[in-house]
Design a protein around this ligand. Structure first.
Ligand SMILES: [Zn+2]
Length: 218
């Protein structure tokens, strides 16, 4: 899943309006911020096998540190715990922990059985929605629209820049997703990893721009 993870971050703003969109995106995308870095460093591995799922040619055959159930639970617990230690809000800490864990759940729905139970444990999960193009598109687009709508209900632009900042990211993410599905074949894993790291950093700065140009309504 791709834009579905951002949908969770956008939507969570409605439940935890005091939490910055930067933190919400960092939480919902935490596993996918780790993954390209670990791929680039050669700690985790991916290969491209056209047709491995109808929607996505990536064979995630080795990513236990970024995408195992066990590690996802650890990251969720740590993310929520650190937030609580700093901000002392139980509710917001829970929202962030759920955001981090939601990534694994959404990946579970879309991936073929490739999500490991824990590092070193040879047991994998995945419901394989990516093998059904129309269902994949429907689920992801529906999630994204709901997430964007909730975010727009929870915030408003301070001036025109707030409209530009949010809609530009929303459109770029949607476009990136479309290009990913219908666009040219993916580059080799190292390049993919480097590209992923750069995109993660850009997204975080973009979220910071959005946060500074919009205000929450609650
Ligand atoms: Zn992922």
């Amino acid at each position: 899943m791709f834009i579905g993870h951002f949908a969770i971050a956008f939507g969570a703003k409605k439940i935890a309006p005091k939490v910055s969109l930067v933190t919400l995106i960092f939480a919902a995308q935490f596993l996918d911020f780790l993954w390209p870095a670990l791929i680039y460093l050669g700690i985790e591995h991916v290969r491209i096998i056209p047709g491995i799922t109808v929607m996505n040619p990536l064979d995630f055959y080795d990513y236990p540190y970024s995408h195992s159930l066990f590690m996802a639970l650890i990251y969720s617990f740590c993310f929520g715990g650190i937030y609580f230690a700093v901000r002392r809000s139980v509710k917001e800490a829970w929202v962030l922990a759920v955001c981090v864990f939601s990534h694994w759940v959404l990946d579970l729905v879309t991936h073929r059985p490739d999500l490991p139970l824990a590092p070193g444990v040879n047991m994998v999960f995945g419901l394989g929605l990516w093998n059904n193009v129309s269902a994949s598109v429907l689920v992801e687009v529906a999630l994204y629209i709901v997430g964007v709508m909730l975010y727009l209900q929870a915030t408003r632009a301070k001036k025109w820049t707030g409209t530009v900042s949010f809609w530009s990211l929303a459109m770029v993410l949607a476009l990136g997703w479309v290009v990913n599905i219908f666009g040219p074949p993916l580059p080799d894993p190292k390049v993919l990893g480097a590209f992923g790291v750069v995109m993660s950093v850009i997204t975080i700065f973009w979220a910071w721009w959005i946060e500074s140009t919009r205000e929450t309504l609650v």
